[in-house]
Design a binder for this molecule. Structure first.
Ligand code: ADP
Length: 477
């Protein structure tokens, strides 16, 4: 059994570990215990990052490349082992866990390359003889608050660009998934980074999170999690005039129009709604279907959904693992109940028993809903999708945009005209044509509009906006 320790100033700090890391597929399998750190320990981590910041800011592109390339190579070499750990503590299936681990490795490799490619602009001034240089500098200490649903990929897509652009880091991972964060930082601790550049503090978000957010030594906060927590963090950062980046919820529409390839649409919706147990902020939770294809689509998707094998995340052939914990399972079931009360027709959505005691439920499809129902307004964050029947594409687009969120939006169509129109008019940061709303590449920007995101984009070269500050220098030689 592991004790997940804090990593502060280059040292693994002995802290009483009492927060259990429970396997959601089998609650008798406790992987270890994480520290419940005090505010003082968080302060120590911030001080360590603050002290180390100038040294890392002055590092060469080669040093940054070497660190990031080392971490990426090791993660990729160990992706099966890390994927297994991820599936054990978070509950996504083993192939999904291995896929996520590989993605984390690829993200480090991408930013290793970016470390060598940092460039600025050189312009002529409007004043004769004057030269202008526009360059990017590190921000300083960056605080990272991460959720449980992507326990290695999300920490990776925050830490890798932070280091690439010369920042130091304090990480506060989600309470439910300490194992992946611990392993990632263990690899980082052998990568050649100076002590204090990366720090890891486990504990209750509501207790130590605000210490990170409020500290004057922390210059930027990157947060992924729920809307209420995100709003609170943005408000606190606003008071401090601190840079902030938020990735929060989604209520992602998938439009299926009459001319869609039915098999493709069913596959895309099955994947988007139920894979990773629906625990993705990009999950397709509102399936908006035009009249002519509606009944065939619902029948086929129901059959495909019922055939999904739900069970222990590490069991071969399982297609949908458990829900992450009891609280989330109860939330999912209560949304199914609310939808039924609001006259939705519910298929599935029941608690399941398996050989081991875990948080299993059957995927749920709620048909005969309209967009005003709670099931279509609020994010469930589980394997629950609803179907909204609409007259035509125009109504589908209007319903699709009628939401407080704007992360990802999809359409299944064989019409180039409709696809182009949807890409231009969907109010979302990411648009998918004939592809699930979830499942994105690692080298391009990720993020949304409206209530889903705030601040500049994560991932790809666009990450530089958040992790650097721009300097304009004028010289008269
Ligand atoms: P989720 O539903 O994913 O658990 P949360 O927003 O509650 O969403 O959690 C996301 C992350 O935010 C976790 O790491 C959690 O510990 C942290 N967190 C929770 N409350 C606060 C807070 N008040 N300040 C800072 N971080 C917080």
């Amino acid at each position: 059994m592991m004790d997940y320790k804090n990593y502060i100033g280059g040292t693994w700090v002995e802290t009483p570990a009492s927060q259990p890391n429970v396997n959601p597929s089998d609650v008798s399998d406790v992987l270890g215990h994480a520290a419940k750190s005090s505010a003082e320990l968080m302060e120590q981590a911030i001080d360590a990052a603050h002290q180390a910041a100038p040294q890392w800011a002055a590092s060469t592109p080669q040093q940054r490349f070497d660190v990031l390339d080392f971490v990426g190579s090791e993660i990729l070499a160990r992706k099966e082992e890390l994927g297994r750990l991820l599936s054990r503590e978070e509950g996504k299936t083993l192939p999904e866990g291995i896929g996520e681990a590989a993605r984390a490795g690829q993200i480090f490799k991408f930013f290793a390359g970016e470390a060598l490619r940092q460039a600025g602009d050189r312009l002529a001034s409007v004043r004769p003889g004057v030269e202008i240089d526009v360059t990017r500098s590190p921000v300083g200490v960056v605080g990272m608050i991460t959720p449980w649903n992507f326990p290695i990929a999300i920490p990776a897509w925050k830490v890798a660009p932070a280091l690439c652009y010369g920042n130091s880091v304090v990480m506060k991972p989600a309470e439910l998934v300490p194992g992946c964060a611990h392993t990632l930082v263990e690899i980082l601790s052998r990568s050649g980074l100076p002590d204090g550049v990366v720090n890891l503090v486990f504990g209750r978000g509501s207790e130590i999170g605000p210490v990170l957010v409020e500290s004057d030594k922390v210059k930027a906060i990157s947060f992924t999690g729920s809307v209420p927590t995100g709003r609170g963090i943005a408000a606190a950062c606003g008071q401090k005039l601190k840079k902030v980046q938020l990735e929060m919820g989604g209520k992602n529409p998938m439009v299926v129009v009459d001319d869609a390839d039915l098999n493709l649409a069913v596959d895309a919706c099955l994947n988007g709604a139920f894979f990773s147990t629906g625990q993705r902020c990009t999950a397709s939770s509102r399936l908006i279907v035009t009249e002519g294809i509606h009944d065939r689509f619902v029948n086929e998707l129901t059959d495909a959904m019922k055939a999904l094998k739900v069970g222990h995340a590490l069991e071969t052939g399982v297609q949908m693992g458990p829900v992450v914990d009891e609280r989330q399972l109860q939330q999912n079931l209560s949304y199914v109940e609310v939808a039924a009360k609001e006259s939705g027709r519910v298929i599935g959505g029941e608690r399941l028993n398996r050989e081991t005691e875990g948080f299993f439920m059957s995927p749920a499809l709620v048909t005969d809903t309209d967009n005003a129902m709670r099931i279509n307004r609020e994010e469930v964050f589980g394997p629950v999708a609803s179907v909204i029947r609409v007259k035509d594409y125009d109504e589908a687009l209007a319903v699709s945009n009628d939401t407080a969120f704007g992360l990802s939006a999809g359409i299944c169509t064989t019409s180039l005209k409709l696809a182009s129109h949807f890409k231009a008019n969907a109010e979302a940061g990411m648009v998918m044509v004939n592809l699930p709303t979830a499942g994105v590449d690692y080298h391009v920007p990720f993020g949304g509009t409206k209530g889903s995101s705030f601040g500049s984009r994560e991932q790809g070269r666009y990450a530089a906006e958040f992790y650097t500050t721009v300097k304009t220098a004028y010289t008269l030689p």
